[in-house]
Design a binder for this molecule. Sequence first.
Ligand code: UTP
Length: 404
Amino acid sequence: MIEKTLEMLAMLNQAHIAKHMRSLALPEQRALAKQIAALDLTVLSLTDTCCKRGSFAPPSAVSKDEIRANAARFRQTGISAIRAGKVGAVLLAGGQGTRLGFDRPKGMYNMGQTRELSIFECLMNNLMEVTREADAWVPLFIMTSVENGEQTQRFFEEHDYFGYSRDNVWFFEQEELPTVDKSGKLMLADRGRILTAPNGNGGWYASMERAGMLKVLHDTKIEWLNVFAVDNVLQRIADPCFIGAVIESGKRSGAKVVAKAAPEEKVGVLCMENGKPSIIEYFEMSPEMAEQRDENGELTYRYGVILNYLFRTDRLDRSLHTKLPLHRAYKKIRYMTPDGKMVLPEAPNAYKFETLALDMVKLQDDCLAYEVDRRHEFAPVKNKEGVDSVDTARALLRLNGITL
Ligand code: UTP
């Protein structure tokens, strides 16, 4: 096995790893060869993903005004679905949070100033408002990574699941992919392991399948899954009004969206592409498209996505084995140099490969854009400072009456 691995590494232009492997003791060589055999090395030949885009149109949407006018009815429909056990939620918490630079799971970050208030607690408090109103638990599936899974579970245990019913919480781990440097070379995590990183937020349903979670879904007869990001501390989870609006629209998926603040705002926008729901990234939009306005003078493509989607499980089952495109993201990732030094870089140093949840939207038959007020539902914690940072999110939490 060791000889075969060495040959393969040479063939893949990874002779530096072969050289490192030869310097190890035999048991370590075996362990490294075993890890390499399990890695998906096809990513080594991947360059930037790009694809020709189709023809765009705005999506069907319910605006804030329409939601306000129909809120009681939507809410009732949503609450009935939750009570009937048809709704589950999926928390995507496997990211590395490299921009925040916090060395524990991002959900453990303390938003509080005079008391402890972790991101996880903010989210669980929001979810509990719904479970109280519905008088029913929403089954919650939490995706973690190899790196942060244990710590995340321990944190929930230590905090008694923040008052949630632990029988209604499941953890599952996502897969990893190798990470490469600027010139496409594999890197070392430590003496005996290749550096890998979580494979993005698009593979969550496939990871649920691998972890045996689909049986839970099917046994409990969950029909809808609300999937959401860990790092929006104002995230409304299993929002009855959102669920009700999507069900009543007859659409088979929904996306919470916020109106773009300006044409040049850096946010992916929900649209239709060749008749199918899709998301166009800000850098893919021509200035004309970004600035185009409808008959009311509003931006035609104005609905920015906030990583809060509602999907039907039967649709997810159908596209379970559809391969999603892999994207490259240049990030700051801790690694070991060939001479054995551990480095925590100050600037991005490595490409990780990821599938994205936004590509799952393209597999849906249709998608309702559900507009929310960003001041009440969108407080992302991405960066240490500046935009979308701890400070901006704290200000929004305060604005919403939350004591920090
Ligand atoms: P981001 O795209 O912000 O990535 O994740 P990140 O890794 O958390 O942070 P940066 O870019 O390194 O600073 C958006 C959401 O998707 C989840 C994150 O936990 C967050 O909820 N995610 C991301 C995963 O669950 N797995 C991944 O592999 C990547």
